[in-house]
Design a protein around this ligand. Structure first.
Ligand SMILES: [Zn+2]
Length: 313
């Protein structure tokens, strides 16, 4: 099999061609998840991702493939999508001995499954946190910190979290629900939450004008100075604002986001999880994409003795 990059991760075998996360509309493409840098129409994707595409791109156009079902894409007969644990509907792609993780997380989430290692010959791995120093705390510890902080602060005033509108926002809603909070959200986030609930994911949220000591989840843009919407209301009432991102483990966002707290809630695997995942998949070769692709290959070669190289765009 030939593996390269040509407006997407390209697999070629026996005259057949397949594109993973293509950068353009493609009949032979597979979209791994519904973040905007991955969404294109007409490709294969999980039914969850297809519904997300409908809301985010305004037209539900693509081919739904449930997790675990074998399908033929572009002449490749054994294509299978597996949970990636990154966001609702996110998928890894397994095809003819190749496993492509897409964006993935072995901790998984409250609103999606989790990525499980699969034995494969070739592993194509997303390496957002591929540098040795990018070690993330365990997800349940982060969630516990968020719960404790929220319960304390909401006694004093409104508590607002800034989180990316698809994936992170729904995770924090689920965490808040676990301490009997039903957060207010803007329409933009509610529209995406509605897809979760239509697929049976149990999250409680509401829209409208809050009073008293409320909790809310807004987009990072609303959080930033000058705060808008629910974040502004919380600010005016001397509430507490927090930002959620995996990068909070490594960088301070207090000034740039104008926040009172930050929590490293990540939807990607950290360095330790990446290494462990490669070890368990035990491939003959590794290709890396995104983030610290070069640095991670060095770690794989020296520590695991597996041939690894970044996939060149
Ligand atoms: Zn993503």
């Amino acid at each position: 099999m030939i593996i390269g990059y040509e407006r997407g991760i390209m697999l070629i075998e026996d005259g057949n061609k397949l594109l993973l996360d293509p950068s353009h509309q493609s009949e032979i493409g597979i979209v791994t998840h519904g973040h905007l840098d991955h969404l294109v129409k007409d490709a294969y994707m999980t039914p969850h991702t297809l519904d997300i595409l409908g809301v985010r791109l305004g037209e539900r156009r693509g081919k739904p493939v449930p997790y675990g079902k074998r399908v033929n894409v572009g002449g490749f007969e054994e294509v299978k999508l597996l949970p990636a644990g990154h966001v609702f509907g996110s998928a890894m792609v397994s095809v003819n001995g190749v496993l492509y993780t897409g964006d993935f997380n072995t901790f998984g989430g409250k609103t999606c499954g989790k990525a499980e290692p699969q034995k494969c010959e070739t592993l194509i791995l997303e390496t957002t946190y591929g540098k040795r120093e990018y070690r993330l705390p365990p997800k349940d510890t982060v969630e516990e910190d968020i719960r404790m902080w929220t319960e304390m602060q909401v006694e004093e005033g409104p508590v607002v979290f800034g989180a990316y509108e698809f994936g992170k926002a729904q995770e924090i809603i689920a965490i808040l629900n676990s301490i009997r909070q039903t957060p207010f959200v803007p329409e933009k986030i509610a529209n995406i939450c509605d897809i979760y609930t239509s697929h049976g994911v149990d999250i409680d949220y509401r829209t409208g004008d809050p009073e008293g000591n409320f909790t809310a989840v807004v987009t990072p843009a609303e959080l930033k100075k000058p705060a808008s919407g629910l974040a502004r209301k919380a600010r005016e009432e001397k509430g507490n604002l927090a930002y959620l991102s995996g990068w909070c483990a490594f960088y301070p966002f207090f000034r740039s986001m104008d926040i009172d707290a930050q929590f490293p809630l990540s939807d990607h695997a950290g360095f330790d999880e990446l290494m462990d995942f490669v070890d368990k998949c035990n491939p003959e070769q590794v290709f890396t994409v995104h983030g610290s692709a070069e640095e991670f290959c060095e770690s794989v070669e020296t520590e695991l003795g597996i041939d690894a190289r970044p996939l060149k765009k």
